[in-house]
Ligand binder design. Sequence first.
Ligand SMILES: CC(C)(COP(=O)(O)OP(=O)(O)OC[C@H]1O[C@@H](n2cnc3c(N)ncnc32)[C@H](O)[C@@H]1OP(=O)(O)O)[C@@H](O)C(=O)NCCC(=O)NCCS
Length: 162
Amino acid sequence: MLRLYRLLMRFTGILTISSPGMAAIPFILSVQQASAAAAQWRSQDYAAAIAHTERLVLIAEKDTRILGFVVAYIAIPEWELENIAVAPDARRCGVGRALMTALLERARQDGGREIRQEIRESNIAAQKLGLSVGFVQEGRRPRYYRDPVEDALLFKHLLNLR
Ligand SMILES: CC(C)(COP(=O)(O)OP(=O)(O)OC[C@H]1O[C@@H](n2cnc3c(N)ncnc32)[C@H](O)[C@@H]1OP(=O)(O)O)[C@@H](O)C(=O)NCCC(=O)NCCS
């Protein structure tokens, strides 16, 4: 059943990527809460991220449903991808890649030189997503995460290299 839903999700409707307004926050939180591996931010963190230009928030929508989001911190010329999640029933349909591609494009347009991301060693989906859009692994922070303790793998995308 989920496989059929994913097929429909992949091949029907138009996926749009845009900057959200405050009204999107409950839907962003609902995607986040269904994604244990995502950073668990509070409603006010998203409100601040949407309101201030030091962060970029993008959402992916199809048929008016918010399927995923990405948040990046902008410290020109370096950006940091802080959070990304896609609703569990919409995964493996290209939503994460569409969010990443839009983020990379926006960072290039805004003069970014590189984007960094830290990912738990066990989070293979996030690592493969990053690798699929051109991130490379450049290091490791031992025992960086808590609950459970785990190494962080450090990834980087050089934006001028297409
Ligand atoms: C990581 C995440 C955002 C990926 O989103 P997604 O919409 O499923 O990703 P896509 O469908 O765009 O996948 C793009 C590519 O990434 C890779 N990928 C994504 N999920 C994968 C998985 N579970 N296993 C292996 N590769 C995976 C594949 O190369 C895939 O391309 P393909 O489907 O053509 O093989 C999603 O799994 C998620 O929300 N995870 C929980 C939150 C999270 O881990 N956030 C990151 C915190 S650092």
